[in-house]
Design a protein around this ligand. Structure first.
Ligand code: SF4
Length: 378
């Protein structure tokens, strides 16, 4: 099983962010750690084998080192962590300290995911990030000195005012920091964010679609040259460093999410992975739910067999390896051919999908037109 822990604390809200995180609730950090451990106690999965742990947010690196230690040690005693478990924490430049890193590494964190985003101060300011490019480089140095040997950097392209040469400079700056993994996300302006309001009001403009496409091409070409394997639409890793936790999401493994807004996908009464439950989004509501042990305040949904099949296909096609026909049959009791064969072949004739080695995957063109392909498969 995979374990996800959500820490919804941020020092300042980035202008593009609609994640479940808030500023000014630092005083609730000890109560949040208490609640996470109580939720684990009541999860029904005490003692369960755990292969990957992901501490996300929010900004986990804002948690005081002693609270991080209490959280991680508490989780270790409640679950059976594999000796080679991949334990990732997100962190942000400008918040990372040597003490925090020391606590994280001594409690088993062996992978760090750092929100670098861009190499230009003006773009970081436009995004509302709290750090400078220099602080990102310093954070990488500190992480390596603390013993982190598996480092991801998050980068963003398709930003307002961002030029193609700025994006290439961001890629080169990131590569010079020698990470093992890079996540390169195209900006999606989310409703309700200040950045979306600026775009809607015409105060900012996104790059032309063609320009954004060339930025994505640049990533694929440059990271390929640097020895990175493109293994998911937005993710690139040196051989052996693909994120195991996220690969679990894309292959629809079971996961248990703890914390405000955290979602879980668990075996239902029928033994299929059909139970999806989501905790209250706001921290105070989450803390109240745990205090009252009123688990009915979670949103709970049964994923129908048809929805589960579509999730397997939709998530699996994000992977460059695609979807295994054998795994699909094992999980869903029906062949991919019987369920969507004609449509997949029709898309293949148009150059969007291909079939090889018992797997269906998107082609290069299909990755560019992924939304079209997925809508047609629905
Ligand atoms: S640091 Fe991350 S979670 Fe926090 S506001 Fe920025 S993007 Fe959102």
């Amino acid at each position: 099983m995979e374990l996800y822990i959500h820490l919804p604390f941020c020092r300042r809200k980035c202008r593009y962010c609609d994640f479940a995180s808030r500023t000014g609730q630092e005083a609730l950090m000890p109560a949040c750690v208490d609640a996470l451990l109580l939720e684990a106690d009541a999860s029904g999965f005490l003692g369960e084998a755990v292969e990957t742990v992901f501490i996300g947010g929010g900004t986990p690196s804002l948690l005081p080192p002693e609270e991080l230690t209490r959280l991680l040690k508490g989780l270790r005693t409640r679950f059976d962590w594999a000796a080679d478990a991949e334990v990732t924490s997100e962190a942000n430049p400008g918040t990372l300290t040597e003490k925090w890193l020391e606590a994280a590494v001594s409690c088993g964190v062996n992978r760090l995911s750092l929100g670098m985003q861009a190499a230009q101060t003006e773009l970081l300011t436009l995004l509302g990030r709290i750090h400078t490019p220099e602080q990102a480089a310093e954070s990488v140095r500190m992480a390596k000195a603390a013993g982190i040997r598996n480092l991801n950097l998050d980068l963003m392209f398709g930003l307002p005012t961002q030029t193609e040469s700025q994006w290439r400079e961001t890629l080169e700056t990131a590569l010079a920091l020698v990470p093992q993994h890079l996540s390169c996300y195209g900006l999606i302006p989310e409703e309700g964010t200040p950045l979306k309001a600026d775009l809607d009001a015409g105060r900012l403009r996104l790059p032309e679609e063609e320009s954004e496409r060339r930025m994505y091409e640049d990533v694929r070409r440059r990271l390929g040259e640097a020895g990175f394997v493109h293994y998911e639409v937005s993710n690139f890793a040196l051989p052996g460093y693909a994120c195991r936790h996220n690969t679990g999401y894309w292959t629809r493994a079971s996961y248990l999410g703890l914390g405000a807004s955290a979602a879980s996908l668990l075996p239902g009464a029928d033994g299929r992975r059909s139970l999806r439950r989501t905790n209250p989004r706001e921290l105070r509501d989450y803390l109240d739910m745990v205090r009252d042990k009123d688990w009915a305040r979670r949103e709970t949904e049964t994923v129908s067999p048809e929805e589960a099949r579509f999730e397997t296909l939709m998530l699996g096609l994000r992977l460059l390896d695609g979807v295994s026909e054998a795994d699909f049959l094992r999980e869903h009791g029906v062949t991919l051919e019987a369920w969507r064969g004609p449509k997949l072949r029709e898309l293949a004739e148009r150059g969007l999908t291909e079939h090889a080695g018992g797997r269906w995957r998107l082609t290069r063109l299909g990755l560019d037109l992924m939304n079209t392909a997925l809508v047609e498969l629905m």
